[in-house]
Ligand binder design. Structure first.
Ligand code: PLP
Length: 386
């Protein structure tokens, strides 16, 4: 199990910080691994496999179509590429050079984050709108509809929205505003799972394209993601991701591509640089089906019981269990940064959630901790919380 890391001289870590990419993302179940192993030993047409994945994503999300990407960030790049190029193969061939073509994506200032680089990577120009009155404590007003109107130009192609449970403005109002103005709405919901009901919530609220990470709570391959949404937008994204070393005379386009609008195969598109393999596609499908069928409450109860057992080995009065979507153990450690440093220097190294570290609070998230490591995690925590 840990043999390969030992052979390579790489330390195996206890990751109680959550599904962080830099620590390897989610851990995969045997069911997912069995499917990937099966996939790895057979040849398929990747377009046909993506079509099957699209049907599974459509069933799980309620969207018209979907495709597997190499991560949520890759899905954002493909979403922007799709909104910019549509079915125009000449535009697909030029990205990320968008000179002379509509390329602007509106984004509320309060939704900007480090992942918007992924939108810009397709050649999109982000146009900030609205103020950050609540974030700065300057006032109570948020983005208003007239500000969307004022920002729209002939170059505007889409509106980008970063979802979280407290997002302001609310998604349904934005979806309505985008629909009335003919703007495509891209929702980054990469980490908005669980609850599993969120697989459907953003599509139901009117998003044209929704992005999820496959390597977070879904428990798929670390390098996988989902783009779900409107059929033609997904078809454009798929065309810009697939390998296109095909003979135009014998090109078998994926089933969701409207051949009347795409008479010739595009060249390799911008997404060819972050292709997704058959193993990741299959692993994501199986992980998604299992995640969608999972009982969120039972899963959370299981995590909470494990956290309670860990808390029982720590000093009384220093711990509490919080977290609505994913149960978390909060530990008062006094000097948070010192405790975190000591945990990381241990054997094995232990990583905890650092969001409230400056307040002296360690956060323990068991989503990426194997149950057999709970005792070692509890012992490491007990050594720094004294
Ligand atoms: C994690 C995350 C991403 C990137 O997801 P990957 O699957 O690692 O590419 C994008 N946006 C947000 C908001 C995220 O939390």
């Amino acid at each position: 199990m840990t043999g390969i890391y030992a052979r390579l001289g790489v330390k195996r870590r206890i990751n109680a910080a959550g599904t962080l990419t830099r620590l390897g993302g989610s851990l995969m179940s045997d069911a997912v691994l069995d499917a990937m192993r099966d996939a790895a030993q057979g040849s398929v047409d990747i377009g046909e496999l993506q079509s099957a994945a699209g049907r599974a994503i459509a069933r799980a999300t309620g969207a018209e179509a979907g495709l597997v990407t190499s991560g949520a960030a890759a899905a954002l790049t493909l979403a922007a590429a799709s909104c910019i190029a549509g079915f125009e193969v000449a535009k697909m061939a030029r990205l990320p050079d968008t000179r002379g073509m509509p390329n602007e994506i509106l984004i509320p200032r309060t939704h900007r984050n480090a992942y918007d680089h992924a939108l810009r990577a397709a050649g999109a120009v982000l146009v900030d709108i609205g103020h950050n009155d609540r974030g700065t404590g300057a006032g109570i007003r948020g983005l208003e509809a007239w500000e969307i109107d004022a920002a729209i130009t002939p170059a505007t192609v889409a509106f980008a929205f970063t979802a979280n449970p407290e997002t302001i403005p609310a998604l349904p109002g934005i979806a309505d505003a985008c629909r009335r103005r003919g703007l495509k709405l891209i929702v980054d919901a990469a980490a908005q799972l669980p609850p599993a009901s969120n697989l459907r919530a953003f599509v139901a609220a009117g998003a044209d394209l929704v992005v999820f990470s496959g390597g977070k709570a879904i428990g798929g391959p670390q390098a996988s993601g989902i783009l779900a949404g409107k059929r033609d937008l997904i078809a454009s994204a798929l065309l810009q991701q697939l390998d296109m070393d095909v003979d135009p005379a014998r090109w078998a386009a994926p089933e969701i591509v409207d051949r009347a609008r795409v008479p010739v195969p595009p060249h390799h598109g911008i997404g060819r640089a972050f292709k997704v393999g058959k193993e990741e596609i299959v692993g994501l499908i199986v992980a998604l089906e299992n995640f969608a069928a999972r009982d969120d409450a039972a899963h959370a109860a299981g995590l909470r019981a494990r956290l309670e057992a860990i808390a029982a080995s720590l000093p009384k009065g220093r711990t509490r269990i919080t977290g609505s979507r994913i149960p978390l153990l909060e530990i008062d450690a006094g000097d948070g940064p010192a405790a975190a440093a000591k945990l990381q220097a241990g054997n094995p190294p232990v990583h905890i959630g650092e969001r409230d570290l400056a307040k002296g609070v360690l956060l323990v998230d068991l989503q990426t901790v194997r149950a057999e490591d709970d005792a070692a995690l509890a012992a490491a925590l007990a050594r720094v919380v004294t």
